[in-house]
Ligand binder design. Structure first.
Ligand code: ZN
Length: 129
């Protein structure tokens, strides 16, 4: 027997946490002396609070992925060129004597934004760890 559930039967963690009875508590001895008291912790309430937060984060994550996918499509189509190199010189007058090949700053930032958005979507959807 294994603790791992088959992929298709996995229940979201927030559903498992919601199944814990809300009045469930766990007591811990206050020290090694059996005559000492016991402190009771409201585990059921804590599980339900954690479940509510996880459920909300799960929903927000899905909304953010969908919104970012839409932004990514638009960003990939957009012309972000500024005509200026990252060093501040105009790209059309940039020469070999300037010490580096010209890189349009708008294209540079667009490319970085596309790369970061794609990585975030992959991470959020579990396509990348
Ligand atoms: Zn430059």
């Amino acid at each position: 027997m294994t603790d791992k559930q088959p992929e298709e039967k996995q229940v979201p963690l927030y559903e498992l946490l919601e199944d814990v009875p809300e009045d469930f508590r766990i007591g811990f001895k206050d020290n090694d002396n059996w005559s000492a008291g016991v402190t009771w912790h409201p585990i059921g309430v804590m599980c339900h609070q954690a479940a509510a937060k996880l459920r909300r984060l799960h929903e927000v994550n899905a909304e953010l992925v969908e919104a970012l996918q839409g932004c990514l499509v638009m960003l990939e189509r957009a012309n972000c060129s500024t005509g200026y190199c990252c060093c501040g010189m105009r790209v059309d007058t940039h020469g070999f004597g300037d010490g580096h090949s010209p890189v349009d700053e708008g294209d540079y930032h667009q490319s970085n934004a596309v790369e970061r958005a794609s990585a975030a979507i992959a991470k959020a959807t579990g396509e990348q760890q």
